[in-house]
Ligand binder design. Structure first.
Ligand SMILES: CC(C)(COP(=O)(O)OP(=O)(O)OC[C@H]1O[C@@H](n2cnc3c(N)ncnc32)[C@H](O)[C@@H]1OP(=O)(O)O)[C@@H](O)C(=O)NCCC(=O)NCCS
Length: 244
């Protein structure tokens, strides 16, 4: 995959339905930076943060929420503390208020010290980042969660290539179930994705209306070494912009 540039966002960056802005940060930040993120969180978010017993989980939560608020503040020109999120029954956060008659769409993902936030307008967006780990029982998990076709294909490739393909499939599937807001409960075997991490991600088939395949697009997000990340969205063509 072509390396992309993660730039600092220009002051006048605006949301545009034709673009999906992906913001990234590492979680391991100096304490004062973490505290400055905490200061932007709502009381409810701070209460939730305080319930994390492991420091790394606490930091993942406050930094990724803080990044979301900072990014929204940047593009909507409002204080980061202003945004009041609501939650669907499956716990997907969203902004109930429209901005200039448009819905601000976003999604967060964090894994092992990395956080990504995707933001656009009038779309359903899901993003997922995972660390490529070798301590995972690929075969068992693929058998349990993936479709038959994906499991079969994964078992055909060499063991060396399997980890990257496993996480390509996993992040493609999670990005989609996060875009529709259902999470894993939706059933990861309800649809097929391609398995090669080197190829652009695509939804190949669905077990519900087959024509829905054409509603969804995916993109591989250029993540740090040893991470795999995918974005899924409806709403037609888009271009990615990368900010850090
Ligand atoms: C959403 C889900 C796929 C996240 O998977 P994950 O790889 O562990 O975590 P990620 O870091 O990629 O994503 C977590 C973020 O996704 C967002 N999120 C939470 N639920 C979501 C949902 N249903 N759809 C989309 N995004 C969701 C949140 O912003 C969350 O981060 P935060 O809690 O720090 O704010 C998984 O938790 C899930 O399936 N949840 C749904 C569970 C459910 O149905 N609950 C019902 C009542 S308990």
């Amino acid at each position: 995959m072509r390396q992309v540039m993660w730039d600092s966002p220009p002051e006048d960056l605006e949301l545009d339905a034709g673009y999906i802005d992906v913001w990234r940060t590492q979680i391991d930040l100096p304490e004062d930076e973490i505290d400055s993120y905490v200061a932007t969180l709502s009381q409810e978010e701070q209460d939730r943060a305080a319930r994390f017993t492991f420091p790394d989980k606490y930091e993942e939560y406050v930094v990724s929420r803080g990044l979301l608020r900072k990014a929204l503040a940047h593009v909507l020109k409002q204080p980061a503390t202003e945004f009041q999120f609501e939650y669907t029954d499956s716990k997907k956060p969203y902004l109930p208020i429209k901005y200039a008659n448009k819905t601000v769409s976003f999604n967060i993902s964090h894994s092992h010290g990395q956080a990504l936030v995707a933001i656009s307008l009038d779309r359903n967006i899901g993003i997922d980042i995972e660390k490529i780990r070798s301590d995972v029982e690929y075969e068992k998990l693929a058998l349990r969660f993936f479709s038959e076709a994906e499991h079969h294909e994964l078992m055909q490739i060499s063991a060396d290539e399997r980890a990257r393909s496993f996480f390509a499939i996993w992040t493609r599937k999670e990005a989609f179930v996060k875009a529709i807001g259902k999470g894993i409960a939706f059933g990861l075997s309800e649809f097929d994705v391609n398995i090669s991490p080197e190829e652009p991600p695509v939804m190949l088939a669905t077990r519900w209306n087959p024509e829905d395949v054409s509603l969804w697009s995916m993109a591989t997000i250029d993540a740090e070494n040893n991470f795999m990340a995918t974005l899924a969205t409806d709403g037609g063509e888009f271009q990615l912009r990368h900010w850090q």
